[in-house]
Ligand binder design. Structure first.
Ligand code: SF4
Ligand code: SF4
Length: 284
């Protein structure tokens, strides 16, 4: 039996991806389980879904705690907590165009899923590319020999009017998945990840508030953060859309409260001014 975790953000289609992949495994003749894990948050919050598959019936009935395959649906890099759940010798699949400049006791594969989604016009309501199905194409190329036709059937059965573009994205993801080899200059991710997990032990992975939203420091989830450039006209559109109320105008300039900015990137997408705001990875 193999176990998988799919991780991403609310609104990126992580749960739907796990269901489509489960159906793909089932169509390919495997026994399979799929179940999501939600927290008390909402769009943009960390989310995961679990998958088990085997050639024999599966009797395990509890959540996947560590996994053989980690699938990162977001185009953000995986969090240390997510990487720490990957078993030695496992595989991490990244939604990423450029190489991941780290090594670890696992294989690394990547697929430019966001670019594929953009090309096929598969966008969220805010205009962000939805790379979930392209990621599934890559998953199937790595895990299910001759599985592409089963994935196409599963996508078609679940996507309704959007099936055509998503089937095309699944094919592209299947074709454009590459395995990464270690290169000079890569830093070991294992030590860095474990150190960060140890540092954060004793605090919940997901922020919890029993009073009001000011106690919920959603900025602690952030893997990316927005930076405002001189081109910003302080029109305030981004502040209207920010789901955390993390953007305000002060003395004619926009200010971001990184204690609450969860790095969802909506502000970058809705900004009407070219180069006024851009997301970058939060420095380690
Ligand atoms: S929407 Fe863009 S231009 Fe307007 S305030 Fe935000 S970053 Fe600046
Ligand atoms: S500031 Fe931007 S990235 Fe941060 S929470 Fe608000 S919309 Fe999301």
């Amino acid at each position: 039996m193999k176990e998988m975790l799919l991780v991403g953000r609310g609104g990126e289609g992580v749960v739907l991806a796990s269901q489509i992949l489960a159906e793909t495994f089932a169509r390919a003749g495997f026994f399979v389980q799929s179940f999501p894990e939600f927290t008390a948050e909402r769009r943009g919050a960390p989310i995961s879904a679990s998958l088990r598959w085997d050639e024999s019936p599966i009797h395990r009935r509890y959540k996947v705690r560590d996994c053989d395959v980690l699938v990162v649906v977001s185009s953000s890099p995986p969090s240390p907590q997510a990487l720490a759940k990957l078993r030695p010798g496992g595989l991490v699949l990244l939604n990423r165009e450029t190489r991941f400049p780290h090594t670890g006791p696992f294989d690394i594969a990547r697929v430019p899923a966001a670019r594929i989604a953009q090309r096929h016009g598969i966008l969220s309501s805010e205009g962000r590319p939805m790379g979930n199905v392209a990621v599934l194409g890559a998953c199937v190329s790595l895990l299910i020999p001759d599985g592409l036709a089963f994935l196409e059937q599963a996508v078609a059965s679940r996507m309704g009017a959007k099936a055509g573009a998503n089937v095309a994205a699944a094919r592209d993801g299947h074709e454009r998945c590459t395995k990464q080899h270690a290169a000079a200059g890569d830093t070991p991710v294992e030590a860095a990840s474990l150190a960060q997990v140890v540092r954060s032990s004793g605090t919940p992975v997901f922020a919890v508030s029993t009073t009001d939203s000011r106690g919920n420091h959603t900025g602690t989830w952030s893997l990316d953060r927005p930076l405002i450039a001189v081109e910003c006209t302080a029109c305030g559109v981004c502040a209207l859309f920010c789901p955390e109320g993390a953007m305000t105008k002060s003395d004619g300039a926009m200010v971001i409260d990184y204690l609450y900015c969860k790095g969802c990137g909506i502000c970058e997408v809705v900004c009407p001014v070219r180069n006024a705001i851009a997301m970058e990875e939060v420095p380690a």
